[in-house]
Design a protein around this ligand. Structure first.
Ligand code: PSU
Ligand code: MN
Length: 295
């Protein structure tokens, strides 16, 4: 696989010694924040993983290879012209030698290829509002159905149809765990989400559940961590999602469009909360990965 995947020395060593490794995505770096803010979020997430004694593995495609463990200089190349890569897009991007930023689903596909089982992100993708017109369901969910991994996020992105997404996660066999909470966080907002399938109190309990779930042949597990600072932007989301429909924005462009408009119209408030929750989720993913390595 060496012609296709390049694993950094640090990540390689950690994997060989069965130490804790946390995968981080590049779509939020390239498309989730206005440049260069995304790079800062990526680097701060790596620092949070290290602070919890785990090794960060930021993943993306560069120069014809899937890179697991991007350097800071490489991360600087993740600007908005990077392709957004779901699981189906990795092979094409590598063969065509383009720069590719992996989504949650794309990151999980690469992580699985090298044996990483933990990742942190902001919000999982899911069923878009208005389904079935258009019938847009994030490929993150397909990846969750197939790949054994634990993902820490602040729930699913609240620009989605959260209720339908939760139902689909149940159908796909994905446990939705609340981290010290009974309801799923709504991305920017800590409260008001649907009930989780179970609550866990600490990193060790989450790690033990993951271990048991995987031994039973289960695949992804979602751990919802509420944002420390909660923001109610329900009306703004409604307005912007409506606008995206009117403007005919579809497919992969929807999420970046809505996030960018929110960041702009909330005077940067969503951007700040989004940044902080991503970093905190990376840290928690690391704590759980460390607990798992110690089971
Ligand atoms: N979390 C964030 N910001 C983001 C994302 C997650 O805080 O931009 C990205 C992730 O890469 C996720 C993607 O996989 O949004 C979902 O995109 P889509 O709905 O097109 O599948
Ligand atoms: Mn989509």
């Amino acid at each position: 696989m060496e012609h296709l995947i390049r694993v950094s020395d640090e990540v390689q060593a950690a994997l060989l010694e069965a130490r804790a490794v946390v995968a981080l995505e590049t779509t939020l770096v390239a498309h989730g924040f206005p440049a260069p803010a995304g790079v800062e979020v990526g680097l701060a997430s790596e620092a949070a993983v290290r602070a919890a004694d785990a090794v960060p593995a930021t993943i993306g495609i560069l120069d014809g290879k899937i890179v697991v463990g991007l350097t800071g200089a490489e991360l600087d190349r993740y600007t908005p012209d990077a392709r957004k890569l779901g699981p189906r897009d990795l092979a094409v991007c590598a063969v065509q030698g383009a720069i590719g930023a992996t989504t949650v689903g794309g990151t999980l596909a690469a992580a699985q290829a090298v044996g990483i089982r933990f990742m942190g992100t902001g919000g999982l993708g899911g069923v878009h509002r208005g389904f079935p017109t258009p019938p847009d369901v994030s490929a993150d969910l397909g990846a969750c159905a197939r790949i054994p991994a634990l993902i820490v996020s602040s729930g699913v992105k609240s620009l989605l149809d959260v209720g339908s997404t939760i139902e689909l996660l149940e159908t796909l066999g994905v446990p939705v765990l609340g981290y010290g909470v009974d309801t799923l966080p709504l991305f920017y907002a800590a409260e008001g989400g649907p009930p989780v399938s179970a609550r866990v109190e600490d990193a060790t309990e989450a790690a033990r559940v993951a271990d048991a779930h995987w031994r039973l042949g289960g695949n992804a597990i979602l751990v919802g961590r509420p944002p420390d600072e909660s923001l109610d932007v329900t009306d703004l989301i409604e307005e912007i999602v409506g606008e995206s429909h009117e403007r005919g924005i579809v497919g992969q462009a929807v999420t970046p469009y809505v996030l960018a408009a929110l960041h702009e119209r909330s005077d940067g408030e969503t951007r700040r909360v989004n940044r902080d929750l991503i970093v905190a989720n990376a840290g928690l993913a690391a704590e759980i990965a460390v607990a798992y390595a110690g089971l």
